[in-house]
Ligand binder design. Structure first.
Ligand SMILES: [Fe+2]
Ligand SMILES: [Fe+2]
Length: 276
């Protein structure tokens, strides 16, 4: 039986993806760090008194987002692998799931040792939980999950990078952030491997559904940003600069993944501008 050129192309693409997922899996094992051995816990947390509350609230938000991310990846791994019919995807996602578990563990241990748990208010906890729920429920769950991950990974990576530049931020936390960032960069690379094909195969109905979900998600994030704005400023993060860089990074990533055909960066910008 002759195969159509489209079928042949698709198969080639899948084979390239199998290899790409396996390479990412190998990279994860080569650069694996231990949350107990590779972090100098003995130095203890050193937080300036004037920044203590703001810092611990931000760390609680960050920890909450990692907990939510770990919960979501565990729900979505099997669904994504079955939808793409690609066993190598499970291989890689298991590694990414382990990364997220390590992030949760390291941040939890940091907050425990700094006496910093419990700084989140009810609305903040609600927003974080909504973000996780919205990213993995309803129709087109796999697409919605991966696209919202593109947003949240960029959001988190930028927070980590900007915090590393602030001189009086706790050196212990900076050490943890550098290790987490190493993983998050790989997570973004993974999204660049998987998203173009997934987006290509979305029907017009799927695109409009995903478009609506993503804008709702951006709205929830913007509300969250508004709540942490004052704390971020206290710590020395330039919130407007953060927002500008986030939009610039996201613009490039949406175009790379072919998402700019239906997810306009201007819409993200408008939502962020209204809320923050
Ligand atoms: Fe993470
Ligand atoms: Fe991640």
């Amino acid at each position: 039986m002759r195969r159509s050129p489209v079928a042949v192309r698709r198969e080639d693409q899948s084979e390239a993806q199998v290899e790409a997922f396996r390479t990412l899996f190998q990279q994860q094992s080569e650069r694996l760090w231990s949350a107990d051995r590779d972090i100098e816990w003995d130095r203890g947390a050193q937080i300036p008194d004037a920044k203590r509350d703001a810092w611990l609230r931000m760390m609680n938000v960050f920890h909450g987002l990692e907990v939510m991310g770990l919960d979501t990846i565990q729900v979505m791994m099997g669904k994504a692998t079955h939808q793409l019919r690609n066993p190598s995807l499970n291989l890689y996602l298991a590694a990414q799931c382990q990364d997220e578990a390590r992030h949760v563990y390291a941040l939890d241990r940091y907050l425990t040792e700094a006496g910093g748990h419990g700084y989140l208010s009810g609305p903040e906890r609600f927003l974080i939980e909504r973000f996780g729920g919205m990213a993995s429920w309803g129709f087109y769950r796999v697409e919605n999950w991966l696209i919202s991950t593109l947003f949240s990974e960029n959001f988190a990576a930028l927070f980590l990078q900007q915090t590393l530049d602030i001189p009086d931020i706790d050196p212990l936390a900076k050490q943890i952030f550098r290790l987490i960032l190493r993983d998050e960069v790989r997570h973004v690379n993974f999204l660049h491997t998987i998203l173009p094909q997934l987006v290509d195969e979305l029907s017009p109905l799927g695109r409009s559904y995903v478009w609506q979900s993503q804008l709702l998600l951006a709205g929830a994030t913007a509300l969250g940003l508004r709540r942490i704005k004052r704390d971020a400023q206290t710590l020395g993060i330039d919130v407007d600069g953060y927002k500008r860089t986030l939009i610039e990074n996201l613009d490039v990533q949406l175009r790379d993944a072919g998402l700019d055909r239906f997810l306009r960066i201007e819409s993200y910008q408008r939502i962020l501008d209204i809320a923050v």
